[in-house]
Design a protein around this ligand. Structure first.
Ligand code: HEM
Ligand SMILES: [Ca+2]
Ligand SMILES: [Ca+2]
Length: 326
């Protein structure tokens, strides 16, 4: 019964003047049903990130790739089964998304402490915030109460998650589809202040940006030569390069400064400055100049992204195992 064990003893947050329940997410969701939830998540993250700093980046990305497909419902965590075609095999995810073992470990500890109470979708949201904080980035009050999907969508994963060679117009359109605007696009792209990308995702910029066998002219020269050495014209597709080579495990605003210097890794990073649509150029400059402004907007935009069509109340379920529907 999904009404039991909820933070406020009902199916929704306390309502407004009318006293009617509302069904949105709210930060105190597990206050009574699993008060230790946050501590458990952070303790697993601390160990995982100490062991491998990149894990913070991988977990932040998982939440993004979840929310852009059917909303933040942990659809990305489902493995192939008789009824599920896993999103893990989509073009943006295959051989690329990672961190599932850490999510499993968090889920196992939460099931021990508070059986079938904390959803996998909320675990992804808590892991994304915790990873940001543990990497030196901002924190925010995290709305909770998402429930888990009983479905996944490989095709939506292929269609909704922006590819690295997107034009700026394409990025804006794909974010708009999720109710996110240009401010969100630029701030959330700042997630690339941590983590790495495979050669396959930026190779086109080095060898054939416009179908003319020439590199992307916006690439700064020494950076370009460096990238060529890790990403040869043929082969090496799985070689990796930091998205922010100056501070790849620190959540800061260097990502935006690098873009100004022609040292952004992906085409989708570069076009925020040079794509000539809307005011993304001004935003890149503003975040490069003012880290605090970036942190504040990143937090706001993460809350907005985390609110993309969540399942609440009697919709969906709380999975026992994040990889399987109950
Ligand atoms: C704006 C459109 C975006 C595009 C085109 C994009 C594209 C990519 C690509 C191609 C990679 C490398 C994947 C690989 O080589 O396997 C990557 C990595 C990453 N992305 Fe994005 N991304 C976008 C937005 C975001 C957002 C909104 C976030 C989070 C707020 C994010 C967080 C990350 C992180 C942290 C990594 C590194 C993951 C790791 O090291 O495991 N990205 N992204
Ligand atoms: Ca999803
Ligand atoms: Ca950084």
């Amino acid at each position: 019964h999904p009404g039991l064990g909820f933070g406020w003893g009902g199916v929704g947050a306390p309502g407004g003047q009318s006293g009617a329940p509302s069904y949105g997410l709210f930060p105190q969701f597990y206050q009574f049903s699993c008060p230790q939830a946050e501590d458990i998540v952070i303790s697993v993250l601390e160990m995982a990130i100490a062991k491998e700093p990149r894990m913070a980046a991988s977990l932040l990305r998982l939440h993004f790739h979840d929310c852009f497909v059917q909303g933040c419902d942990a659809s990305i965590l489902l493995d192939n089964s008789a009824t599920i075609v896993s999103e893990k095999n989509s073009l943006p995810n295959r051989n690329s998304v990672r961190g599932f073992e850490v999510i499993d470990e968090i889920k196992a500890k939460l099931e021990e402490a508070c059986p079938q109470t904390v959803s996998c979708a909320d675990i992804l949201a808590m892991a994304a915030r915790g990873s940001t904080v543990l990497s030196g980035g901002p924190s925010w009050e995290l709305p909770l109460g998402r429930r888990d999907s009983k479905t996944a969508s490989l095709s939506t994963s292929n269609n909704n998650i922006p590819p690295p060679n997107s034009t700026l117009q394409n990025l804006i359109t794909l974010f708009q589809r999720q109710g996110l605007d240009e401010v969100d696009l630029v701030a959330l792209s700042g997630g690339h202040t941590i983590g790495v990308a495979r050669c396959a995702t930026f190779k086109q910029r080095l060898y054939n940006q416009n179908g003319n066998n020439l590199p992307d002219q916006t690439l700064e020269r020494t950076y370009y030569y460096g990238l060529k050495s890790v990403c040869p014209k043929s082969g090496g597709d799985n070689n990796i390069s930091p998205l922010d080579f100056g501070s790849p495990v620190k959540f800061d605003n260097l990502y935006f400064k690098l873009i100004l210097w022609g040292k952004g890794l992906l085409n989708s990073d570069e076009v925020l400055l040079t794509g000539n649509v809307g005011n993304t150029m001004e935003l890149v400059k503003a975040y490069a100049k003012d880290e605090n402004l970036f942190f504040k907007q990143f937090a706001k935009s993460m809350i907005k992204m985390g609110n993309i069509s969540p399942l609440t109340a009697f919709n969906g379920e709380v999975r026992k195992n994040c990889r399987l529907v109950n």
